[in-house]
Design a protein around this ligand. Sequence first.
Ligand SMILES: NC(=O)c1ccc[n+]([C@@H]2O[C@H](COP(=O)([O-])OP(=O)(O)OC[C@H]3O[C@@H](n4cnc5c(N)ncnc54)[C@H](OP(=O)(O)O)[C@@H]3O)[C@@H](O)[C@H]2O)c1
Length: 364
Amino acid sequence: MPTNTAAWLGAKQAKLEVKPAPYTSPREDEIVIKNHAVAINPVDWLKQVLGNVMFSWITYPFVLGSDLAGEVVEVGSAVTRFNVGDRVLGHAVGMDKKRNSPAEGAFQAYTVVLAHMAAPIPRTLSYENAAVLPLALSTAACGLFQKDHLALHYPSATPTPTGQTLLVWGGSTSVGSNAIQLAVAAGYEVITTSSPRNFDYVKKLGASQTLDYNSTTVVKDVIEAFKGKTIAGALAIGSGSAEACLDIVHACNGAKFVSTATSPVSFDNGMTAGVVLQLVSSNVSLRVKSRRRGIRTKFIFGTTLKNNEVSKVIYEDFLPQALADGRYVAAPDPYVIGTGLEYVQAGLDAQRKGVSAKKVVVSL
Ligand SMILES: NC(=O)c1ccc[n+]([C@@H]2O[C@H](COP(=O)([O-])OP(=O)(O)OC[C@H]3O[C@@H](n4cnc5c(N)ncnc54)[C@H](OP(=O)(O)O)[C@@H]3O)[C@@H](O)[C@H]2O)c1
């Protein structure tokens, strides 16, 4: 049995510590992956900083992390899509309430992954590049394709133009980079927002227009860009995005739905009484505003696709061939902060400081 090591979150708000970990064999619908690269998401440092306010079911010690790429070393008895030795990426769902399992966290040498949340990757794609995808891809897919969210047409190799335009607010985020590509592959035009330094980046991913979210006139500018178009709804990513998207969807013709990835308040400096108050009042204000205008809004939980057909659509039907054909790119580029689990804490700190069209990655 292989010897496992993990970057453990040993206690509430503790720094990660690299220590031995049990090796866990897969159940029938799971695979075990030897990780060669893991990527950091905001949720990783948010859980560390906020303690038990978030994912309160998690007990310590725990292994965080959603994004990994590596090599299959063991395959559950009911799994037919993978063999030992396959190069794959996987969305590790250990933090999800129903899984709640340190064996399923990404920040360790060997992770147990649900087979239907993994995809083979082409030889041409490095593990560091592949690791940027899973949680951001899943989150974008939940918002765009789940029936309880925007319920868009599914992506394919030969999309039929829908004649509709999607708003992706925050196109240069990791989630936005995936949302743009998925929506274009599903036959939608995409209008997005980013800082001017990332205008070319989001256009290369397939956006037809991008507007600067820092501008004081951005909401008016986006509404202008949608003149004569039918909106397919909006995916709101980044702070302040939900409010802005509500105003835009209200002013446009088409679907009255805003799928939101980001909480209306920032937790960057922890959870103070002021932040709690702000959170309650922002949520109430958003709810009142959307009800009055007849717009539905829903918050995304980026693991919910594991319970519905969207996981198969993405990880089995669409992504493997799209990556192999070069129709889908692993974006944003990785920013490799170091090699070894010892660098995961530095990775969390770097992601918290902020990145621009980059994903913090640790090589293993
Ligand atoms: N609900 C879920 O399940 C789920 C899952 C994953 C992520 N998320 C959330 O989704 C958001 C994005 O996560 P990520 O990992 O994709 O982020 P990320 O890649 O770390 O985001 C960095 C990017 O954010 C952009 N940005 C900063 N403030 C913005 C704003 N107010 N509006 C639009 N863009 C802004 C910056 O764009 P420029 O450099 O162009 O200025 C930068 O490129 C976070 O709030 C995260 O917590 C939610």
